[in-house]
Design a protein around this ligand. Sequence first.
Ligand SMILES: Cc1cc2nc3c(=O)[nH]c(=O)nc-3n(C[C@H](O)[C@H](O)[C@H](O)COP(=O)(O)O)c2cc1C
Length: 365
Amino acid sequence: MSKTTLFSSFNNKSLSLDNRIVMAPMTRQFSPDGIPTSDVAGYYRRRAEGGTGLIITEGTTVNDKVATMGATIPRFHGEDALAGWKQVVDEVHNAGGKIMPQIWHVGMARVAENAPFPELPSAGPSGLFKPGKQGAEPMTVAHIESVIEAFAEAAADAQRIGMDGVEIHGAHGYLVDQFFWEGTNQRTDSWGGSMENRGRFAVEIIKAIRAATSKDYPIVLRYSQWKQQDYTARLAKSPQELEQFLQPLSEAGVDIFHCSQRRYWENEFDGSELNLAGWTKKITGKPTITVGSVGLNDDFFGAFKGQDSSTRSVDDLLERLDAGEFDLVAVGRALLQDPSWANKIKEGRTDELEQYSGKSLGSLS
Ligand SMILES: Cc1cc2nc3c(=O)[nH]c(=O)nc-3n(C[C@H](O)[C@H](O)[C@H](O)COP(=O)(O)O)c2cc1C
């Protein structure tokens, strides 16, 4: 199977990558007081040295007191945390890599007593973590607007410290996705109701980021059908609904869509073999990133319980990439386990690929 496409360059606006391998964002709570340390810089530098084309960092929170779930999740605001990130950027660039932060607000996934400012209620469009689970009052419009501004500030800071673009975390049932999903957005004002209204929070974030950064600065949006609250939930049940969902986001200025699935080889809708990234590219004409169990047999839902996974061939992935179904391939656990995953694939050293061990979650290597 040819690896030519996987190891070909990719260009989008100011972004130019040596290959199509992307490190998927993976939360790891190793940043005391939200400040990434030199260990964190080393962790990302090793993935760049190992041949990863683009690193998307772990979720890092925007400037809102209730954006985070824990004090060791890195912040993306405040000069102390940004100085830590600057060191990360410099080390990755020195190793020949590219890097973007995944900017994040956890919304109602925050458990107040485990988070900074435990006296403050968590924030969500309707104060729901999932249908029927009311945890707070609905967000005020003033709060919604200040969070939009916080995303824009984070993007401007990302550009200022040399990050190669920015990814908005719009997936997995966190704040942006809590607006997207009917199960958690029951607002009756212009931020809820129709698909268009539920998408408005993200649209406003994208526009505000575009206004706060230069025209050629790449904006990536990660989204998923599935939610941590409900693995079977779907934002769009047909290609037509997916088009209704994606078109306003694309027009608002998303450059690259990052389409989160459990397994990239699963088709999204009956009657076509295209996966979520395939459909997203077909509908929007924008480049897409696929993700989900690349190089592994078992999906990542078990990973949080420490589940291992055996390795899986990437031949079918290369075929889809060659066919142009998607443009980039994000790799999560396999890269957590093995910083040199990309180089090993490139050099055909598949016998040297390490088996994924659930224990890698707790390490900083
Ligand atoms: C430990 C861990 C932490 C994760 N944290 C994030 C995160 O911060 N943001 C995000 O969008 N996805 C997160 N994910 C999901 C991954 O980005 C990826 O979509 C998922 O692991 C599937 O890819 P894989 O099968 O290659 O591991 C996380 C996954 C793992 C295993």
